[in-house]
Design a protein around this ligand. Structure first.
Ligand code: COA
Ligand code: ZN
Length: 316
């Protein structure tokens, strides 16, 4: 039986770098993205075309987008918050724009400094502009599984926003657990409803590992038939406008688990481990990835010499 194909979307250079205090040099960003392009991802979220004052770490978005070497078959997407961002993104011939708003009012005000209705009105305008081009449109719905200020977010609210964007003709929607508040049964229920109601939309799940539940939530989404996941190399990531937000689900840990479970992720685990090992040098600190420290399950170790046991007995 052939393995089920899953689609892995790397977000480290956007969701990861946006949260770092150090500015990762443009050359280093380009080199990392070029390396990741060879690793078998379905999609790479390269950068964001946001206000450089809001997200200084990604102020070099145009330069990065222009300089990367694009690999056939990889979709290069970028986060866009408004018309200005869409115009900048279109001038770089991106494959997809990823629009963003929050399902909860408080997080939307904090992150985007406007009401949800104002965000929606703006994004509707952005969609109108982008639909005149061949560029695909994805909408990321932040705080879809919990808001750090409001608590539980009703599934009906999430589905309602999905409907409004589906009506505008977007191609995909990402349900984001922005601050790691989701739990498996909730994920399964929401994913099932989203897939049933919006079968024509490309559905992505975006988990953060804030409370250690990201891999468990991934398995729950898989059991509901979801086949597309965002993840971040090294487990980098976090929204600078969400209190307590920490890393995304770690790509190498996600791929390691999914391959063990018999799925085809298309991703070269060895390649991404090599790429991940460079991250501490780029951002100046350790990364959350446990796999980077422990190695893969069958990366075996030599037998240590046993202390306190005479050598001749050990080999007898
Ligand atoms: N690209 C470049 N510059 C932009 C921009 C964009 N997409 N959008 C706004 N700006 C600039 C404006 O030109 C203006 O610059 P000026 O002060 O030099 O004239 C400044 O940013 C403020 O613009 P304004 O329209 O008043 O927006 P704002 O300050 O309310 O910012 C956002 C709104 C959404 C654009 C901004 O907060 C933002 O980019 N946030 C990033 C959100 C994000 O990515 N969060 C993490 C991911 S979930
Ligand atoms: Zn995120």
């Amino acid at each position: 039986m052939s393995k089920q194909r899953l689609y892995i979307q790397e977000v480290a250079t956007r969701d990861g770098f946006q949260n770092e205090a150090v500015f990762v040099d443009t050359d280093a960003k380009v080199a990392l993205i070029n390396e990741l392009s060879e690793c078998g991802y379905a999609k790479i979220e390269v950068t964001s075309f946001t206000s450089p004052r809001a997200i200084p770490a990604l102020k070099d978005a145009e330069a990065v987008m222009h300089r990367i070497v694009r690999k056939e078959g990889v979709v290069y997407t970028v986060l866009v918050p408004n018309i200005r961002g869409a115009e900048r993104a279109l001038s770089c011939s991106v494959d997809e724009v990823n629009l963003v708003m929050s399902v909860s009012e408080s997080h939307n005000r904090r992150n985007l400094r406007m009401t949800r209705e104002d965000s929606f009105a703006q994004l509707r305008e952005v969609i109108g502009v982008v639909r005149q081009s061949p560029v695909a449109i994805n909408v990321s719905l932040s705080t879809a599984m919990g808001c750090p200020m409001e608590g539980d977010v009703p599934a009906a609210e999430v589905l309602g926003w999905m409907q409004r964007f589906a009506d505008l003709g977007v191609h995909g929607v990402t349900l984001c657990d922005t601050t790691g508040m989701a739990y498996p049964s909730q994920v399964k229920a929401l994913s099932t409803m989203a897939r049933e109601r919006f079968a024509a939309l490309e559905l992505t799940l975006h988990f953060h590992n804030t409370r250690g539940l990201a891999l468990a939530n991934t398995l729950a989404a898989l059991s509901a038939g979801v086949d597309r996941f965002d993840s971040s190399l090294g487990g980098l990531g976090g929204c600078p406008y969400a209190p307590g937000a920490t890393g995304n689900v770690c790509t190498e840990e996600l791929v390691h688990m999914l391959e063990l479970e018999g799925f085809d992720t298309g991703v070269d685990l060895e390649g991404i481990l090599t790429a991940a090992s460079q991250l501490p040098g780029l951002i100046g600190h350790d990364v959350p990835s446990q796999l980077l420290k422990a190695g893969r399950r069958l990366d075996l170790h030599g037998m240590p010499e046993c202390d306190g046991m005479p050598k001749q007995r050990a080999f007898a």
